[in-house]
Design a protein. Structure first.
Length: 391
């Protein structure tokens, strides 16, 4: 879902001279759907409204995917999950050229609305674009540039609009929707799977599918609107405005998370095997493991409790990246293994077992890229328990 980084791309003058006048009979209101782009934040596509009136010369796009770097405490808001997005207004030509330059396809669905319904949608959007109304609290899954399309139509069309979700033949969780768009063995997917917790592993409802632009498109395609003659298709006409030239995916297994963490996991296991043969313990490795996993666990915990990122709650990645491990660094650096340290390591082994159970039962899905790391941690912890019994 495209997040325009430069607010200057949008004409403030469009809002200050907003066309609140009556639309003509030639006016059209349509949904624009844009295909995925190269960057992670573009992988899911984008949605926007277009209002065109050939008689009055109006042809503008209403885009709920804008944010302003100049808003107070921008980076703090971003980290806390309280960043404000905006409804931006752009000339259609500029909007179109932007996505053509990015080689992203553009499809349009002209809506089957009466003149009064078109006017209602247009007025709502212009009023919503006013400086005092344009900002909203962004949420990855529940309030974004795609869900706004659905919500605006529901508000302006009311009970006359009816969505038909019979076209949905598979039930996906939010995380599965993400994996359908982002390769699971990619760094983008890894970051999402590490940062977002169990809330996104629940089944999404058909209406919630519309957090993705492709389902805004499909839902509109299958929706009906009730007029005097009964139900009619919401979409009057569909057309492709720009058909992109697909580019081959640039990816290499040797730079993927699975490969990199595979090397890391094998390194941990290899050092452990040498320790067994030499009957010693590489304390630097244990210090590194507890320090890094502990610090990362603290980061995940803060995402959960210190931000408004609802999707970051109940993150069971903390079963392998446990925050209290930072306090075990001192014990890990000592030559001997104390009884308290042994109990802590036993707890970590239990946590890894619980992680597997959570994964199998679907409580939370974890990144495939960290499987080798988890194997390495399990081997190392079991080794520490083994030598602690000899102490």
């Amino acid at each position: 879902m495209k997040k325009f980084l430069l607010y200057i791309l949008f004409s403030v003058g469009l809002v200050s001279h907003a066309q609140f006048g009556a639309l003509s009979d030639a006016a059209e209101v349509s949904i624009l759907t844009i295909g995925p782009g190269k960057e992670l934040y573009d992988k899911f596509g984008h949605s926007a409204f277009r209002v065109k009136d050939s008689l009055s010369g109006v042809d503008v796009v209403f885009n709920y995917g804008v944010y302003d770097f100049n808003q107070p405490h921008f980076y703090l808001r971003f980290a806390q999950g309280t960043m404000l997005y905006e409804l931006g207004v752009a000339y259609y030509h500029d909007f179109y050229q932007n996505y053509v330059a990015e080689n992203r396809w553009i499809k349009e669905q002209i809506l089957n609305l009466t003149k009064e319904e078109k006017q209602a949608v247009s007025d709502f959007l212009w009023i919503n674009a006013r400086p005092e109304n344009k900002q909203y609290r962004y949420d990855y899954f529940y309030d974004n540039c795609a869900t706004k399309i659905r919500d605006v139509l529901k508000v302006t069309l009311g009970d006359r609009l009816e969505y038909n979700y019979d076209y949905i033949d598979s039930i996906y969780t939010f995380r599965e929707h993400i994996h359908n768009h982002v390769d699971q063995n990619s760094w983008g997917s890894l970051g999402i799977d590490l940062a977002l917790g169990a809330p996104i592993d629940k089944d999404a409802t058909p209406e919630e599918y519309q957090f993705l632009p492709e389902y805004v498109y499909l839902s509109a395609e299958n929706a009906v609107i009730y007029h005097n003659d009964g139900p009619e298709s919401l979409v009057k006409k569909e057309r492709t405005l720009f058909d992109n030239n697909p580019q081959p995916k640039e990816s290499s297994f040797f730079t993927s998370p699975l490969f990199i963490f595979g090397i890391l996991g094998l390194l941990i296991i290899g050092i452990t095997v040498m320790d067994i043969k030499k009957e010693k313990r590489s304390r630097w490795l244990d210090v590194s493991i507890f320090l890094i996993t502990g610090l990362f666990g603290i980061f995940l915990f803060l995402l959960w409790v210190a931000t408004d990122h609802s999707a970051a709650a109940y993150n069971y990645n903390m079963l392998w990246a446990f925050p209290l491990s930072v306090f075990a660094v001192i014990a890990a650096s000592r030559p001997g293994i104390s009884g308290g340290f042994r109990k802590y390591v036993s707890m970590l082994v239990i946590f890894l077992s619980l992680l597997i159970i959570h994964w199998i039962t679907g409580v939370q899905k974890f990144s495939v890229g960290i499987i080798p790391l988890l194997a390495g941690l399990a081997v190392r912890y079991i080794y520490l328990l083994r030598i602690s019994r000899r102490a």
